[in-house]
Design a binder for this molecule. Structure first.
Ligand code: CA
Ligand code: CA
Length: 159
């Protein structure tokens, strides 16, 4: 019987130990891949379905991540826009390797817009062609606002 109870006791002991960084605590600055929220790149919401997302920033939730894939081997202008915010929020665009590609950080409630040229030659591996991440965030904890995020990819002269 001892052997039967041993795993239970160990499980209960481990359940009481918080060995993972607290994702809600920005000071830890270490993402937890198992976290289901969109506060990290690991939990980025997929934008491929509609090109548009309606989100909300609050004092408890000051950052959201999204991802999309422009697909194929096309070159063309890629535009990311954030609007509808009642205060100061900003956006950043990252490539598939989480390198910061570009950003838009206008003051107050100004609309944000990023325009970059997607060059398929720089993303030649089949599994990551055209994969991008967007970070929507606000440095103002008192900001509570909905927002609309959208991207537009023009395949240019490729088609
Ligand atoms: Ca969030
Ligand atoms: Ca801004």
């Amino acid at each position: 019987m001892k052997l039967l109870f041993a795993p239970l006791v160990v499980s209960l002991f481990l359940a009481g130990c918080d060995t993972y960084p607290d994702i809600a605590d920005d000071s830890s600055n270490r993402p937890d891949p198992s976290e289901a929220s969109n506060d990290t790149f690991f939990g980025a919401e997929d934008l491929n379905e509609s090109n548009t997302a309606i989100g909300t920033l609050t004092g408890d939730d000051t950052v959201d991540h999204y991802k999309f894939n422009v697909g194929g081997n096309f070159n063309g202008p890629l535009i990311v826009q954030l609007n509808g915010v009642t205060g100061d929020a900003d956006i950043e665009l990252y490539d598939y390797n989480l390198n910061l590609v570009s950003w838009s950080r206008n003051p107050d409630g100004s609309e944000e817009e990023i325009t970059v040229w997607h060059d398929a030659a720089f993303n030649s591996d089949s599994y990551d062609v055209g994969l991008y991440f967007i970070r929507v965030y606000s440095d103002h904890a008192d900001l509570i606002s909905d927002y609309t995020l959208q991207y537009d990819f023009d395949k240019g002269n490729a088609e």
